[in-house]
Design a protein. Structure first.
Length: 162
């Protein structure tokens, strides 16, 4: 039986590659904005687990998160984004539940401002901050505010006119 060249390449890629994992917040973005008066709703989820053995005790942690992010176009080049995550966390030591918590985690607020756009190139700034709304004692938040800024560059290929 003959295997096509494409099938061989795909088989090699599957066999030779390792595992890749991602966690929220994923920081890939483009400079696109919603436009004035337009909205976007994003839903995401995450599952995590860890198992460690230390001092003869096996600790297993499982976590789940469901998030919702709503962005609204304030101007054609400016969006405001609010992300609200809900978490479920459970920890077991040698099979006995030692922690089982759920609730809202830290809420994030961001602005995305596209300040330059010409010949398929565009640049944006995305400052944001995190509100310590999750209960730190239950493992649902950091207990402190955070902030950051992201610089975004996008190049869109220009299509030839027909």
């Amino acid at each position: 039986m003959m295997i096509s060249s494409l099938a061989k390449v795909i088989l090699i890629m599957v066999v030779m590659t390792g595992t890749a994992s991602g966690a929220h917040p994923l920081i890939t973005d483009d400079t696109g904005t919603n436009g004035k008066g337009k909205f976007q709703l994003e839903l995401n989820g995450e599952v995590s687990w860890d198992k460690e053995k230390s001092g003869g005790i096996t600790v297993k942690e499982k976590g789940y998160e469901a998030g919702i992010a709503v962005s609204a176009g304030i101007l054609d080049t400016l969006d405001i984004v609010c992300g609200i995550p809900y978490q479920w966390n459970r920890t077991k030591e040698d099979g006995a539940i030692v922690s089982d918590e759920d609730g809202i985690s830290d809420i994030g607020v961001e602005l995305k401002w596209r300040f330059f756009e010409q010949n398929g190139f565009s640049f944006a700034l995305k400052p944001g901050f995190t509100i310590p709304s999750g209960n730190e004692d239950k493992g649902l938040g950091t207990g402190k505010a955070g902030y950051g800024i992201t610089f975004i560059a996008t190049k869109v290929p220009l299509l030839p006119s027909i």
